[in-house]
Design a protein around this ligand. Structure first.
Ligand SMILES: [Zn+2]
Ligand SMILES: [Zn+2]
Length: 140
């Protein structure tokens, strides 16, 4: 299955193929600040599942920390995805992929939340152990 996505203005188009490695919400301050939203809805993919199909020349990257290379469109400023080189995964924002059915499985960095979400899903204090976090769960 292939899902098409684009930036806010449409100059950058991309597609992802297959099934995401994970989907969920990140509540961290960095995601909130960059996205200007109370949470970031993520879908994580292996890099080779993600292909920019047009407008690659309009993609710029901002990197504040080694964990995240944040990619956006230089024409509209719309955010597209964040490459996590140390994890070997790319977060293509759920909002970038309108046809992908978003099925969240986990909340991460919940200790930083400004929008508690009582949906019964696991709430991790930071990241799962396999992503270098504590793997510790916390109350909603
Ligand atoms: Zn754009
Ligand atoms: Zn985050």
């Amino acid at each position: 299955m292939t899902y098409a996505g684009s930036c806010f203005c449409g100059a950058v188009e991309l597609e992802v193929t297959g099934t995401p490695e994970a989907m969920g919400y990140c509540h961290c301050q960095a995601c909130r600040s960059w996205s200007a939203a109370p949470v970031n809805a993520f879908s994580l993919w292996k890099p080779d599942a993600v292909r920019v199909t047009s407008g690659a020349e309009h993609i710029a990257t901002f990197q504040k920390t080694p964990l995240s290379q944040r990619q956006y469109c230089t024409k509209c400023g719309g955010h597209l995805m964040t490459n996590h080189p140390t994890l070997g995964l790319v977060d293509v924002y759920a909002a970038t992929l309108p046809t992908l059915k978003f099925v969240p499985g986990v909340h991460v960095n919940y200790v930083e939340t400004v929008l508690p979400m009582k949906d019964g899903l696991p709430k991790l204090k930071d990241f799962p152990k396999e992503f270098g976090g504590s793997g510790e769960a916390m109350a909603e």
